[in-house]
Ligand binder design. Structure first.
Ligand SMILES: [Zn+2]
Length: 342
């Protein structure tokens, strides 16, 4: 008889709850990412705080059903949606505080060039609570300038962490992961910067990749892999990154929206996808995937809140092959915070 696998819960370290569950209300159509980005902007301009809350709650509940207890979500901040997403997510974080720890990152999805007013809005968002700052290295014509500007805003406003959608295209000419690592070191941000995707790392020459990984490891850069990126791009060199000692976690990325209409928030399913695509087949490799889902949060305050939550999530088996092949729902999910509530 196999033993149950019991964990503090799974971590989804990169999501977009504010844009979650847009589909099926909005019909998905396949088109280049830039076109779907345009459609998303049209819908975003019509978002209300309540509408964001309701969709984010549906996405969150889907994650909770599958044993997720720690979520890092980006939330768009720009003149189209203003601060409505941040307001909605702060409410959601409060309302679900007994079931999960949610970290919020104010995200410049659209770039400074398209909407210069975003800079001011991001500063306002950072003043609304313990909120991190997020950018995207491909949204402005000068990726390095975009990164430097985000560091400056984060420094001026005392942001607790910085995150970048990094090298999402997978193209070698967009490779900015080493630049982010260098800036982190130079500016004293080691251990507080997250690079999401890092897909170009997969397509640069091996020697260049090795040097970049070594640099990232020495600067405490955290990497978040999102396996669904395989639908349109490459996936980063996950095994090599793990072997280097870099903290590598996993994210669902978009859930039920115009970027990914299918995401269901089951982290074991994303691990399964990564297992197939990058052949995490040996027992130790399978275990490494589960480790990616159960890492201690890198942010000390999040780690403290997670300990306080006192969650316990149990599965029917501890066999990694069964967990990854079937991505089952947990047999029980409990939190001390909920049990102790009046
Ligand atoms: Zn993302």
């Amino acid at each position: 008889m196999t033993q149950p696998w019991s964990t503090r819960g799974l971590a989804n370290e990169h999501a977009h709850l504010d844009k979650g569950m847009l589909v099926p209300g909005v019909a998905y159509a396949d088109a280049p990412p830039a076109v779907r980005g345009g459609w998303t902007r049209e819908h975003k301009a019509k978002f209300t705080k309540q509408n964001i809350y309701d969709r984010a709650e549906a996405a969150l509940q889907s994650m909770l059903r599958y044993g997720t207890t720690y979520i890092r979500t980006h939330v768009d901040v720009d003149p189209l949606v203003g601060l409505k997403g941040i307001e909605a997510l702060l409410d959601l974080r409060r309302d679900y505080a007994k079931q999960a720890v949610i970290d919020i990152t104010a995200f410049n999805q659209e770039g400074f060039e398209r909407f210069p007013e975003t800079a001011e809005l991001l500063e306002e968002a950072l003043a609304m609570g313990r909120i991190g700052l997020g950018g995207h290295t491909l949204t402005d014509s000068d990726g390095e300038a975009h990164i430097r500007r985000l560091f400056e805003i984060a420094e001026r406003n005392g942001a607790p962490w910085l995150e970048f959608h990094t090298d999402e295209s997978g193209k070698p000419e967009h490779f900015l992961m080493p630049f982010i690592a260098e800036e982190s070191l130079k500016r004293g941000w080691a251990g507080k910067v997250y690079a999401i995707h890092c897909n170009s790392l997969a397509n640069v020459p091996d020697l260049q990749a090795e040097k970049a990984i070594e640099l990232a490891a020495s600067t405490g850069l955290h990497v978040i892999a999102c396996p669904t990126a395989i639908a349109t791009r490459a996936i980063t060199r996950t095994k090599q990154l793990i072997q280097s000692g870099i903290r590598v976690s996993m994210g669902s990325d978009n859930i039920g929206d115009l970027f990914n209409p299918l995401g269901g928030g089951n982290m074991l399913q994303y691990a399964q996808l990564l297992a197939y695509v990058q052949r995490f087949y040996e027992p130790g490799e399978q275990r490494a995937l589960l480790d990616m889902l159960t890492l201690e949060p890198a942010d000390a305050e999040a780690a403290r809140r997670l300990a306080e939550l006192g969650s316990r999530v149990a599965y029917e088996t501890d066999r990694t092959d069964v967990l990854l092949a079937h991505a089952p729902r947990p047999v029980s999910i409990e939190t001390a915070a909920a049990l102790n509530s009046p």
